[in-house]
Design a protein around this ligand. Sequence first.
Ligand SMILES: Cc1cc2nc3c(=O)[nH]c(=O)nc-3n(C[C@H](O)[C@H](O)[C@H](O)COP(=O)(O)OP(=O)(O)OC[C@H]3O[C@@H](n4cnc5c(N)ncnc54)[C@H](O)[C@@H]3O)c2cc1C
Length: 467
Amino acid sequence: MPVASIVVCGGSVVGSAAALMLARDGHCVTVLEADPGGPPSGPARVWTSWDRRGVPQFRQAHNLLPRFWRVLEAELPEVIGRLLESGCVWMDALTPMPPGITDRAPRPGDDRFRYMAGRRPVIEAAFSAAAQEEPGVTVRRGVRVAGLLVGAGPSQGTPHVAGVRTADGEEIRADLVVDAMGRRTPSSDWLEGIGARRPWTEGEVGGFVYHTRYFSGPDLPIRRGAPFTPMGTFSLLTIPGDNGTWSVTVVSSRKDAPFRALRDPGTFTRLVRACPAHAQWVAGTPITEVLTMAGILDRRRRFVVGGRPVTTGFAAVGDAVACTDPTAGRGLSLGLVNARLLRDAVRKHVDDPATFPEALDEATEQSLTPYYRDQVSTDQARIAEMDALRQGVEPRSPDTAMARFEAAAFSDPDVFRALLETATCLASPADVLARPELQARLDQVGPVEAPRIPDPDRERLLRLLAE
Ligand SMILES: Cc1cc2nc3c(=O)[nH]c(=O)nc-3n(C[C@H](O)[C@H](O)[C@H](O)COP(=O)(O)OP(=O)(O)OC[C@H]3O[C@@H](n4cnc5c(N)ncnc54)[C@H](O)[C@@H]3O)c2cc1C
């Protein structure tokens, strides 16, 4: 395989992972990261002192799904070793099973549901250190990419990206430029700037607001439900971290003004304490204020438009390709899958830049777009439900195959595992629902109503928020 010089713009988790995978195929990779400082040593300092202005969600709750770890085990297993040294811990997404499941015997393949808990900065520090130490990767921090260089390419009429220009005016030539600049990437404008057609883009600002607080304590709180629990006009997200830490997030609708009161830590604690299955999660020692984030974009881009690539010599990965509201915590898992798709496309098409964009587009459509669509429609349905309940209207109960599937998972061990595969991105909901054995199982279980998780009713909720 010919060796390529590759510039990766953005050195966060997905940029670093892509750089590592490409370098291991022998390519010469330079990572340009706008933020100046690398990770300090030790998880405590990484958490308190690593300044990552380029990643606004840096200290928001991050759940890393089993799919993330399966890709890591296959491609970059030594990063897992670094994470264990940093105090990250293995967990099992199968526990606890819903109380309605009585058959708790293990099944072959259950280990696919293992995942590791760690706070996002600690996870990112391990990727950064691995990239920094990788012989084929040069990481340059404090270098902001400001535009693309154009050069002679393989296809007439299609501009070819031949490198990047930094904010300091340096020109860095490359065979391939990879955009890993996250959800605020400016690269669509840059591509237009070199005469390319604009990448196809769909998306809008999502409707959720995240209010997160981190805690620590000698023991992780006992889990009495799924990490993500919808509760009327809000949802609760409880995520274990490294070194005896965990996060609690209240997710509200951005149209629901009374939830603004959650910025006050006392109000935040009062609300979570009023949820009997979750109160134990705020019993630890708080290690942050309530961190609020909103205005998160759902966006997907394609670089092949009307059957033709908008450019050659260019690719994007991670949030720069597709990002959604993170209620299901899929971003980094799908970002790693995306990094591997990029590596595979480079492997097959490195000496043929004209066919590379279509190959990567096709692989992305097959492997990632189903999750994007599923996430957007799930989020829209949940926002509609929250808004209806806020207005005192009984929301229409969804009579869909997915709703029946979700309800049956509360009592059937195999349906539960199938649902967990979709929730952890091991398989897409459409693929799982198409399995004949699952359909047979669902017919056997028959109609079931999902059990209700105790939550404060709207009147009490408003009182709690106003106190
Ligand atoms: C509130 C919230 C909660 C989330 N929770 C989860 C979760 O539970 N699980 C999960 O998997 N995902 C979660 N996500 C999504 C996850 O954070 C993203 O999917 C992930 O960070 C994407 O990684 P990335 O490397 O593509 O981009 P980013 O992490 O956004 O990194 C982009 C990098 O590019 C750099 N950069 C930007 N512009 C330039 C430039 N011009 N030149 C050089 N460098 C540049 C930035 O400094 C940054 O380092 C959450 C997101 C949000 C907003």
